[in-house]
Structure formats: structure tokens, C-alpha cells
Ligand binder design. Structure first.
Ligand code: SAM
Length: 148
């Protein structure tokens, strides 16, 4: 959804599902058509391959599986989200080249950003500070020499 060019030749688009063009309850049509179906907890990609990784996991927990939000953005398991996101961060940093950049997007609709940042030992360098009303955060990390 947020890519300006949804078919950029230098981008590998990855998601765990394929959704054919579907009408949502608000009337809009959307689809999910990744280049590769993959699980961010265990990426079928070699170590240190990418200069830039974008990690935009679902933010919603406990959403009804048929809800608008769950259909559009996917959803997290209320039992395993911490371990799932921990593994997701670890995989992102594994496939990044040294000095590679990770862009992480998070919406605090259900889980505070600080709880999610506790799932990786690497600190973000900077990001937007949305304040109370703007719940979406974009953070920038770099895989520096000292990163685990
Ligand atoms: C917030 S949306 C990402 C939207 C995307 N940034 C875009 O521009 O279209 C989160 C996506 O994560 C996917 N997802 C959920 N669990 C996943 C997993 N374990 N591995 C890979 N993708 C997953 C969902 O299917 C959903 O499409």
C-alpha cells in the first residue's frame, strides 16, 4: 500500500499471504501480491544481502479475523506477538548488509512502541515523534559494527 512504485525492479516485496483483488467493507478494493510468500520470522533469504529492509508488521492484536483492519493489515497473535516480532527484527538484521538500514513502521493502536522496541537490542537512530494524537511511527535503524 505505501510503495509509490508497487513493482519496482530493485525491490523484493514479501508477505505471508496472497490476497486477490477484494472489496473491503468501506467499498475500496485492495490486494496483496508479494514477489515471494515468506514468513518474517524465518526469511528464506541469505545473510547480509540487502542494503535496505522495510519492516511493517501488523499492529493489531485480538482483531476479529473478518474485521476490516485484519483483512487489510493482517493481525498479530495475542499469545505469540512478542516472540514473533522479536524473530522478525532478528531476521531483518540478519539479511541486512553491514551498515544497512532498517526502516520500521509501527502504529500504537494496541501496543506501545516502547514495548516493541524492547524486542530488539539494536537502538533506533531517529524517527518521528508523533505525540499522543498521531500513533504511527517511522523509525530508522542501522546495522553498525557493534550491532549483535
Ligand atoms: C501493515 S501490513 C503491511 C503493508 C505494506 N507495508 C504495504 O505497503 O502494503 C502488514 C502485513 O504483514 C503481513 N504479515 C503478517 N504476518 C506475517 C508474517 N509472519 N510474515 C510475513 N508477513 C506477515 C500481513 O499479511 C500484512 O499484509
Amino acid at each position: 500500500m505505501f510503495w509509490f512504485n508497487k513493482k519496482h525492479p530493485d525491490v523484493l516485496y514479501v508477505d505471508s499471504r496472497i490476497v486477490p483483488p477484494t472489496k473491503l467493507s468501506n467499498g475500496a478494493t485492495f490486494s496483496v501480491s508479494p514477489d515471494k510468500v515468506m514468513d518474517f520470522r524465518s526469511l528464506d533469504l541469505q545473510d547480509e544481502t540487502f542494503s535496505l529492509v522495510v519492516f511493517d508488521p501488523p499492529h493489531v492484536v485480538n482483531a476479529g479475523k473478518a474485521s476490516f483492519l485484519a483483512n487489510k493489515y493482517g493481525y498479530l497473535s495475542k499469545n505469540t506477538w512478542k516472540e514473533d516480532l522479536r524473530r522478525g527484527f532478528s531476521e531483518c538484521f540478519r539479511v541486512l548488509k553491514p551498515n544497512g538500514v532498517l526502516i520500521f513502521k509501527w502504529n500504537e493502536c494496541h501496543i506501545p512502541l516502547l514495548d516493541v522496541l524492547a524486542l530488539t537490542s539494536i537502538e533506533p537512530l531517529f524517527g518521528n515523534r508523533g505525540g499522543r494524537s498521531y500513533k504511527t511511527h517511522w523509525l530508522c535503524f542501522m546495522k553498525l559494527d557493534a550491532s549483535p
